[in-house]
Ligand binder design. Sequence first.
Ligand code: URP
Ligand code: ZN
Ligand code: ZN
Length: 455
Amino acid sequence: MNTLIKNGTIITSKRSFNSDVYISEGKIVQLKESLNILEPIDKTIDASGKLIFPGGIDPHVHMHLPSPAGYSIDDFELGSKAALLGGTTTLLDFVTPQKGQSLIDALIDRKAEADNSLCDYSFHVSPVEWTSSTEQEIKDCIESGITSFKVYMAYKDSIGLDDENILKVMKVVGKAGGIVTLHCELGDDIDTFREELGRIGNLSPNFHPVSRPDYTEVEAVKNAIEMAKNANCPIYIVHTSCEESINYIKEAQKAGQQVYSETCPQYLLLDDSKYKGNFNDTCKYVMSPPLRKKEDQEILWESIKKGIVKTVGTDHCPFSLEQKNQGKTDFRKIPNGAGGVEHRMSLLYTYGVLEKRISLNQFVDVTSTQAAKIFGLYPQKGEIAVGSDADLVVWNPKSESTISVENHHQNCDLEIYEGFKTIGAPEIVISNGNMVVENEKLISNQKGRFLKRLV
Ligand code: URP
Ligand code: ZN
Ligand code: ZN
């Protein structure tokens, strides 16, 4: 398949320029103004008035995540369709083994679950315990193309690891040239708050944020940075949500430590006032960390602008109202998480670029390029250059929409961005050289590929 995109404005993380793009066999093969192609062209796209971005990379999604309330309800097929419609062509999901299962066996199982993904994909692999074979299992995963390992400082009763074992993971991963990503919340303190709230009968979703105050994230971030320094391991802090966490991250970065930070649209655009109201209105915002104060939002936007926060992922993990209802009388039983993979690019464009909080190049950096660089995919992904995969978004900057449960493609009857207006949308999405979205509609069932990453 040979495709020529004419007259577009290319936006990369570094520069903006007018150019045609010639794509063949899944790769970008020429990039120049007024290209004259002599070989037969299957498809010519006129991108006059449009912007061309590298396909989005969402570094943090949980498709088909098991929970006591059932699986998160976007599986890889449905979730990746929503992602493509939103301009995201690559997903980084997770491998969470059962206790007793090896990391590599869990990786094989997860790959099978992701086989119907329409986006390209890879995984962060989570050691959920430390055994005599964990070091070798980490090395086996690296051999199989995994470069990032995720640890949870919260959720101590299931997948969380204590600090002693986190340090062991960091030492092994750091030595092997990989990166550890962390869910930073003090699990023990949170468990104590949850027990106390249960004891006094404060069990509506209004108390979810009370059980996870800022300091439980901030202190965990501080500890994670300290451990990573001792272990000499690069780290990536997922879903950073508040000002004081940013302060610690900024300090570590200034001192030359390899500490990367991610935030999510929910922490940039929604605040803790969403926890006021009845169960049906509030349960969809039960996620961890919880939504924070309005003042934290501007700090997060500024941190993106200054390059302290490197990426915006979604933590896409939608549950239906029926699933959330499992915690109708006890917020501790509400499955944590919300959807967002479809809206990440349009929200960032509308509320970041158009509101002049970030530049167009920064938009590309945080939605694509940095994730590729941090997680061993660059310049195959995250770039518009000769030789890179032809994952491209032809962005219509004039398309207007309003996010709603009525029109979204995420497989969920809840929508945390209900009523948000967006300007700008992916009119055409090209994945591995083939058009998969045209006129904002999915037109292909092309399967994605597992991406082998390199340390
Ligand atoms: O509430 C959340 N974030 N659910 C998904 C799992 C996680 O902690 O990332
Ligand atoms: Zn998390
Ligand atoms: Zn997550």
